[in-house]
Design a protein around this ligand. Structure first.
Ligand SMILES: [Zn+2]
Length: 561
């Protein structure tokens, strides 16, 4: 496999006969998918998603791809193509459009419906280009053809990007369910046609590459969902992604069969289902869905609530129900159905929610104890079919942590893609395609850009490191009054939060060290508030670790006497 361990520098100037492919997100992580293509100075972006933070990133709302590489060249961007409407593919678009509001946004009807509703909330009116499977549209030098793919959201598209320097097929997220609810299967005939023509670089979804065999059909879930409806004595609360139109359709159909009324709970759920219904992707039987406030008067065994929060997101409806912090009170006899996957990184948050709901007396049904979910991604068997049908010259696995990318690469090699033509790369790695050969030629910035409230990029790794230290070790503020000679004018004051100490005498042993450090500094002519504060910070840090095996955040404040 072609993954270089050496440090990569900036890529060279792109030769005129080369196509540059730069994944800015989604390689080495599940989320914030984004790839930029460059040909003769023009750029094309495919997807721009967000990544959700993990526990070691406290306070962060979402994580964006790093736009540094393109932010000064936004005028050269021909368009952004969105393969489908999931947050990890469209969530970053509002932030990208802030850099250039008139950037054409290309996608299928449902994808544009979802991103349009989202952009309205950001008060952005995008320039959109609606495309559908079979369409062939050029954006500058990029000749793009779209093919239907089947996924856990309707109306997904793969894109074949043709340039004189080579053809790239990007699957977006996909699977090969042969019996999807909407009968819209992944267009393997188009894949075969692209293969015949020649795919120089195949970028395939790696999410499920480690899973052997084939992803089960959505249709196979119906009996398990029916079973849940049959056996539930009281309310049924279903949690799903706010974009999983087909799963929600299945729940609506089951509710109708079992004579229950349904309410949608949560802003994104209500918004997306309205978009899906208006565009004809969701069929809501007349009178089935009602406002959840009206369900209060109905018997519990006639009620279904559909909400978000299946990934344990702390602010989503389900997490708040689990902690009793929601107007919907979950209690004994209620059934909670988690119709969703477990995205890597979210495990502990999800189990915390399941435990919270179980403690309240609910029966929690999830993929671990019933067949109520199938993945939206192609398993190893499906990927092998794709490689065999397409016969790409080079492969660049996308969408996944390193283990997923490596598993996808192994499939590529097993199906006959030469080992040296399979590139396993992380975000920011630059791949140039010329003469049918893909090569790693450098690296561009691809750090995590943290969004927190209204702040974009203000929080960095150092901030997060401070927060982790604050959470784990507490903080000690040292107020030192220093006289003209640079010596302590009186005993420093220590103010602590979260730093546990036995008694007030705890800090007695550090005072002589501070005194000595200041005296030493004075004799060497070291003065000035900033330098003395740094000195005190180091002295107290060293002492805290040596004397207490602790590393609290130290905040030194030097005041002139
Ligand atoms: Zn997706």
């Amino acid at each position: 496999m072609n993954h270089s361990r050496r440090e990569l520098g900036s890529p060279p100037r792109l030769p005129a006969d080369s196509l540059r492919v730069v994944p800015l997100g989604g390689l080495g992580e599940i989320g914030r998918n984004m790839t930029v293509f460059e040909y003769t100075g023009r750029l094309l972006v495919v997807d721009c998603g967000v990544l959700f933070p993990e526990e070691h990133q406290p306070g962060v709302d979402v994580i964006l791809p790093d736009f540094t590489w393109i932010e000064d060249r936004m005028d050269a961007v021909e368009a952004i193509i969105l393969t489908h409407g999931h947050e990890d593919h469209i969530g970053g678009v509002p932030y990208l459009l802030r850099l250039r509001p008139d950037l054409p946004v290309v996608g299928s009807r449902l994808t544009l419906g979802f991103i349009g509703a989202k952009l309205t909330e950001h008060r952005i009116k995008p320039v959109t280009v609606a495309v559908t499977e079979g369409d062939r549209v050029s954006f500058g030098p990029f000749d793009c053809e779209f093919a239907a793919v089947n996924h856990s959201i309707p109306d997904g598209l793969a894109v074949m990007i043709r340039t004189p320097a080579g053809n790239v097929l990007n699957t977006g997220d996909f699977k090969m369910d042969q019996f999807p609810l909407d009968q819209r299967i992944t267009d393997l005939r188009a894949f075969a046609r692209f293969g015949e023509e020649g795919v120089d670089l195949f970028m395939a979804d790696s999410t499920n590459a480690e899973v052997p065999g084939f992803t089960t059909s959505e249709l196979d879930l119906a009996p398990a969902i029916d079973e849940v409806f049959r056996k539930s004595p009281r309310r049924i609360i279903v949690s799903s992604f706010a974009s999983h139109v087909h799963r929600i359709q299945q729940v609506l159909d089951a509710a109708e069969r079992h004579d229950r009324k349904v309410a949608l709970v949560g802003r994104s759920m209500v918004r997306n289902m309205r978009v899906a219904r208006d565009l004809g992707f969701l069929k809501i039987p007349h009178g089935l869905v009602t406002d959840f406030k009206k369900l209060g008067d109905m018997p519990d065994d006639k009620v279904v609530l559909i909400c978000t929060g299946s990934q344990g997101e702390p602010m989503a409806a389900l997490s708040r129900m689990a902690t009793g912090d929601h107007q919907i009170r979950v209690g004994a006899g209620d059934t909670v159905l988690l119709a969703s996957s477990l995205i890597p990184g979210n495990e502990s948050a999800i189990y915390r929610v399941i435990n919270g709901l179980a403690k309240l007396g609910a029966n929690v049904v999830h993929k671990g104890n019933a067949k109520v979910h199938v993945s939206g991604h192609a398993s190893a068997g499906e990927l092998a079919y794709c490689y065999n049908i397409i016969k790409p010259a080079n492969a660049l696995p996308i969408h996944g942590e390193w283990r997923h990318l490596a598993a996808n690469a192994a499939i590529a090699i097993r199906t006959g893609v030469p080992e040296e033509r399979v590139i396993v790369a992380t975000d920011g790695v630059v791949v140039d395609l010329a003469d049918g050969l893909a090569r790693v030629t450098g690296k561009v910035p691809a750090s995590h850009i943290y969004v927190e409230g209204m702040t974009v990029g203000g929080v960095d790794e150092a901030t997060l490191s401070d927060r982790r230290a604050l959470a784990g070790e507490g903080v000690v503020t040292v107020v030192a009054i220093v006289d003209e000679s640079g010596k302590l004018a009186e005993t420093p004051e220590f103010i602590t939060r979260g730093f546990v100490h036995d008694d007030v005498a705890t800090f007695a042993s550090v005072v002589p060290r501070i005194e000595a450090a200041l005296a030493n500094a004075a004799s060497e002519g070291i003065a000035g508030q900033a330098r003395l504060e740094h000195l005190i910070q180091r002295t107290v840090s060293t002492w805290a670790f040596k004397a207490h095996r602790r590393s609290p955040v130290i905040i030194p404040i030097v005041i002139d006497a």
